[in-house]
Ligand binder design. Structure first.
Ligand code: ATP
Ligand code: MG
Length: 464
């Protein structure tokens, strides 16, 4: 039996038998139109008035049910992308394989997706005839492990529901009558705080291993529990993440650690053996150095990130990535120093080495690797404060991030906290006091007694 045949035979029962929707009346759920963004309402109304189905679906329905503010609003419809484009002037079609319509309202984008069918299913929608999209073998493609490579068969509303990942993500809010259609028991699962994958867990994780990360993300962020059957295969299948493209894993890393629950997420990812496929170098450091600073630094930084997000402060992925990889960069730099390199050069080469290795697992855009390097290289400059140096350093574009990083390092016990305290005070006081602080610096790397003798870069230490 070919893999793809086994794959489709294995597929969820839902796609074989017709699924009946439970309808939750408008009075029996908490979502009201006032909770929905005006732009999403415009799109829903536009589709409805043009005679198409018009539903909100996915994370927005889930979040509204939980009383949380949705990140974005996704719309599902039986209109084809080209038909959606005809309804809205401010609309662009995106995606090569599976076309989606984006309706633009300034910075807000409402994504409109035509119902899709699960893999192993030929197009049974009333659109099939129009698009000629009926041969499943041509449009659903899976690799040897069952991973879906192409996924572009239009389907019915029921089919669209069962191809989604978790039951709580497959609730449809109908604009026409404010009812919610639930084909897979998501309403009850949400009430019971359960994350349940739709269909056979192993098949669904094989189709798309990122679903394992998503399960952890939703559980940690929303305070829900992963259903026992959905959780059971994760450890064994975690290795499938190795084959997921690095760019997709990077996108997922951003969502995992910038969702306001980074610390919980990190712990759950490690517990499920998934973290090692995102940051193998960090995992190695953590497992080797239990009780040592990376084990403290990373959780501290994640808690810090969570607090910043809760306070509405900006966060940059570069900071988090710099923290994740710092232990590995230092280890590599120390290895190079032992071979005779000076500290600055060693750290520079170590940064390249560590970033190159990481890019095989999560691709990191250049603008972030640049910031990470700067933050790392600035660490040794904090000790050299005499003359104009402290003032110059403070003007550096990356000063604030590098200073925050320095303080986290001292909080984690990696370095003495004198330096962080000094720089904290230096930023708070006026100009005269700043000059005074520099004049009264204790001798050491921060102040040279003999001005004629420049310290060789070998004497500098990135661990100051
Ligand atoms: P959030 O936007 O808050 O991160 P979300 O559930 O809306 O959560 P999205 O990535 O925006 O996540 O996806 C929207 C919806 O698309 C999901 O709720 C789910 O129904 C479906 N979906 C997303 N990714 C997958 C996937 N890998 N497999 C199956 N369905 C998916
Ligand atoms: Mg979403």
């Amino acid at each position: 039996m070919s893999n793809s045949t086994a794959f489709s035979q294995n597929y969820l029962n839902h796609s074989v038998t017709k699924v009946q929707a439970s309808i939750i009346q408008a009075t029996a759920h908490p979502i009201s139109r006032g909770d929905i963004s005006n732009h999403a309402l415009k799109v829903l109304a536009g589709l409805h008035d043009a005679g198409y189905d018009s539903y909100l679906v996915g994370g927005c329905v889930r979040d509204l049910m939980l009383g949380r503010e949705p990140k974005d609003f996704d719309v599902a419809t039986n209109a084809l992308p080209e038909e959606v484009r005809r309804v809205f002037k401010n609309c662009r079609l995106i995606g090569r394989r599976f076309r989606l319509a984006h309706v633009y309202f300034g910075r807000e984008i409402i994504e409109v997706a035509t119902y899709r069918a699960p893999p192993g299913k030929a197009d049974s929608s009333d659109k099939a005839a129009k698009t000629g999209n009926t041969k499943d073998s041509e449009v659903h493609l899976a690799d040897d492990s069952g991973r879906i490579l192409r996924d572009n068969v239009y389907g019915t509303l029921e089919e669209d529901a069962v191809r989604r990942d978790f039951t709580i993500n497959a609730l449809y809010y109908n604009y026409a009558n404010d009812e919610i259609s639930d084909f897979v028991g998501g309403f009850d699962d949400l009430k019971n705080g359960l994350i349940k994958i739709i269909g056979d867990p192993e098949t669904r994780y094989r189709e798309d291993p990122v679903r394992m990360l998503r399960a952890i993300r939703f559980a940690s962020k929303l305070g829900l529990k992963i259903d026992q059957k959905s959780e059971a295969p994760i450890k064994e299948l975690s290795v499938l993440l190795a084959d997921v493209p690095a760019a997709r894993k990077f996108e997922e890393v951003l969502k995992l650690f910038h969702g306001g629950a980074a610390l919980n997420t990190f712990e759950a990812l490690r517990h499920a053996d998934l973290f090692q496929y995102l940051f193998p170098q960090a995992e190695l450091c953590l497992s080797r150095e239990v009780g040592h600073f990376p084990a403290v630094l990373i959780p501290l930084a994640l808690r810090n990130t969570d607090n910043r997000i809760q306070e509405g402060k900006p966060v940059t992925p570069a900071f988090l990535l710099a923290v994740m990889l710092w232990g590995s960069a230092l280890e590599e730099a120390e290895r190079l120093v032992a071979k005779g390199a000076n500290h600055q050069d060693a750290l520079r080469s170590a940064a390249s080495h560590v970033l190159r290795k990481q890019s095989q697992h999560t691709s990191i855009p250049k603008r972030f690797t640049g910031m990470m390097r700067e933050m790392w290289m600035m660490q040794s400059r904090f000790a050299f404060r005499n003359g104009q140096r402290a003032f110059r350093l403070m003007e550096h574009q990356r000063f604030r991030a590098a200073y925050d990083f320095l303080c986290l390092r001292s909080e984690s016990g990696e370095i003495d906290d004198e330096l962080c305290k000094w720089w904290t005070l230096f930023q708070e006081v006026d100009m005269d006091e700043r000059k005074e602080m520099i004049d009264t610096l204790p001798p050491g790397p921060g102040k040279r007694r003999n001005r004629k003798k420049r310290p060789s870069s070998k004497e500098k230490n990135f661990n100051v």
